[in-house]
Design a protein around this ligand. Structure first.
Ligand SMILES: NC(=O)c1ccc[n+]([C@@H]2O[C@H](COP(=O)([O-])OP(=O)(O)OC[C@H]3O[C@@H](n4cnc5c(N)ncnc54)[C@H](O)[C@@H]3O)[C@@H](O)[C@H]2O)c1
Length: 383
C-alpha cells in the first residue's frame, strides 16, 4: 500500500528536494484538511486511505514523498489554521486528537500564508494583483529552497464570469501569477482559473503542466462510475436528477445561483460525455448550514429496459466533503509536481480521473483510471 517513492526522487546534495504546495484558499476546509492529513500520514499517525498515489501502482515513479511537501498559500480570511482544524474536529471531519498532534505543521503552514485579494476596497488593478501574487510565490520558493511550487486552487467557487467582464476573475489572477512565477497549476474548483485562451497559451509557452477542473469527489464520482454501466448494458437513461444538501463555506458559496451554475455545469458534463446525450433532469444544491462539511447527495435515474420497461435507480451518497477532497488534492499536487520535473507541459488529460470537467481524455471512470495508470508508467520511465 505504502509508496516509498524512492526510485527516482529528486535529490539535492544527498537530501530529498522539497516541493512547495501553494493553496489559493489556504485557510479553507479542504486546504486545512490536506495540511493536517499530510502531517498525520507522514508521522504514521493515520493511514493514507483515499490517496490513490499511495497505492502500489504508483510506487517508484518518483513522486515527491509526503514529508517533503511544504505548504503555503493565499487567503482573504485571517483565521489561524489551528483554529480551523479545531472547528473541523468539532464537525467530525478531523479525528479527535489529530489537530494538537500536528499543531507544529499547521503553524508552519500558517506562517507561509499571505493575504490574497482582491480585498474589499482594493485599489490594485489586475496587473498589480498578479505581480503581488507572483512575488509571494517566488519568495516562498526561494525562502524554502524548493525545487518547485505547485499552485492548487481550493478557494471559494466563483460565479460564472460575465461574457463582457473587463476584469479577470480572482481565480484567473492567481492562475496568471502561477504562470508568471513558473509554477505548475491545479484547479480543484469550477472557477475559471487557467481556462482562458491567453492563460492556457502562456502556460504552454512557459512549459508548465496544469490540470483541472473541479474535483470529482462525491455525486459526480458516482455518476462517472454508474453512467458507463447503463451504456454498456444498452439501457436507455431517460432522466437523471440530483439534489445536494450541504453546509460549510462551500455550501454558503454555492447558495449563490451563479456559483451553483458553475458547479452544476461540470456535473452535467459527466453525463453528456458518457451517455452521448443530456438526459432530462436538473441538479440542485441547497445550503443547509447545520450539515457543515457533511454532504447528502440524492440521485434519481429513470431508465428504460427491454421492450421499453420503465425502471428507476436511486442512490444516496453521504460523504464528508473535505475528507473526500483532501487526499485527491495531495495526489494532484504530487502528480503535477512530478510531471513538471519530467518536463511535461500543457494540460494533462490523463488526470481526468480526478475532475468533473477535465481537459479532454476519456469520460468513464474506469477508462480514466486506466489513463492515469499509463501516465504513472510514463513518468516512471522518465517521459
Ligand atoms: N469535496 C469537496 O470538498 C470539493 C469537491 C470539488 C471542489 N471543491 C471546491 O474546493 C473549494 C474549497 O472548498 P472548501 O470546502 O475548502 O471551501 P471553504 O469555504 O472552506 O474555503 C474556501 C477558502 O477560500 C478563501 N477565499 C475566498 N476568496 C478568496 C480569494 N479571492 N483569494 C484567496 N482566498 C479566497 C476563503 O476565505 C476560504 O478560506 C470550493 O471551490 C469547492 O467548490 C470541493
Amino acid at each position: 500500500m505504502k509508496n516509498d517513492g524512492n526510485a527516482s526522487e529528486p535529490r539535492t546534495g544527498g537530501r530529498t528536494a522539497r516541493t512547495g504546495v501553494w493553496f489559493v484558499g489556504a485557510r479553507g476546509s479542504v486546504a486545512t484538511t490536506a495540511v493536517a492529513g499530510c502531517a498525520a500520514v507522514s508521522a504514521g499517525l493515520r493511514p493514507p486511505t483515499g490517496m490513490v498515489t499511495e497505492t502500489a501502482p504508483f510506487d517508484g515513479m518518483g513522486l515527491p514523498p509526503l514529508p517533503s511537501l511544504v505548504f503555503g498559500g493565499h487567503d482573504t480570511a485571517h483565521s489561524p489554521l489551528h483554529k480551523r482544524a479545531e472547528h473541523l474536529t468539532d464537525a467530525g471531519v478531523l479525528p479527535h486528537g489529530l489537530a494538537p498532534a500536528v499543531r507544529a505543521e499547521l503553524q508552519a503552514a500558517d506562517e507561509e500564508i499571505r493575504l490574497g485579494g482582491p480585498l474589499p476596497g482594493d485599489t490594485r488593478g489586475d496587473e498589480e494583483l498578479i505581480a503581488d501574487f507572483a512575488a509571494d510565490l517566488t519568495s516562498f520558493r526561494v525562502r524554502n529552497a524548493l525545487a518547485r511550487v505547485v499552485v492548487v486552487n481550493v478557494s471559494s467557487t466563483e460565479p460564472l464570469p460575465e461574457p463582457d467582464a473587463v476584469r479577470l476573475p480572482p481565480s484567473s489572477l492567481y492562475a496568471a501569477a502561477a504562470v508568471r512565477a513558473g509554477c505548475p497549476y491545479v484547479n480543484f474548483t469550477p472557477s475559471t482559473g487557467l481556462r482562458t485562451p491567453a492563460l492556457t497559451e502562456a502556460a504552454a509557452v512557459g512549459a508548465l503542466p496544469h490540470a483541472g477542473r473541479d474535483g470529482k469527489t462525491g455525486q459526480t464520482l458516482l455518476r462517472a462510475a454508474l453512467a458507463p454501466m447503463f451504456v454498456q448494458r444498452a439501457l436507455e437513461v431517460r432522466a437523471w436528477s440530483g439534489t445536494n444538501l450541504l453546509g460549510g463555506g462551500d455550501g454558503a458559496a454555492l447558495a449563490d445561483p451563479g456559483a451553483a451554475a458553475a458547479k452544476n455545469a461540470g456535473k452535467e458534463r459527466v453525463l453528456a460525455d458518457t451517455l452521448g446525450h443530456t438526459p432530462q433532469g436538473e441538479v440542485h444544491i441547497d445550503d443547509v448550514p447545520v450539515l457543515g462539511d457533511w454532504k447528502t447527495a440524492w440521485d434519481h435515474i429513470a431508465f428504460d429496459g427491454f421492450l421499453g420497461t420503465r425502471m428507476i435507480l436511486q442512490t444516496t451518497w453521504q460523504g464528508c466533503d473535505s475528507a473526500l477532497a483532501a487526499p485527491l488534492v495531495l495526489d494532484l499536487a504530487r502528480l503535477v509536481a512530478r510531471a513538471h520535473e519530467a518536463g511535461l507541459s500543457g494540460p494533462l488529460p490523463e488526470l481526468g480521473f480526478y475532475f468533473k470537467d477535465p481537459d479532454g481524455g476519456p469520460s468513464g471512470l474506469s477508462e480514466q483510471f486506466t489513463a492515469l495508470l499509463s501516465f504513472a508508467d510514463r513518468l516512471r520511465k522518465g517521459r
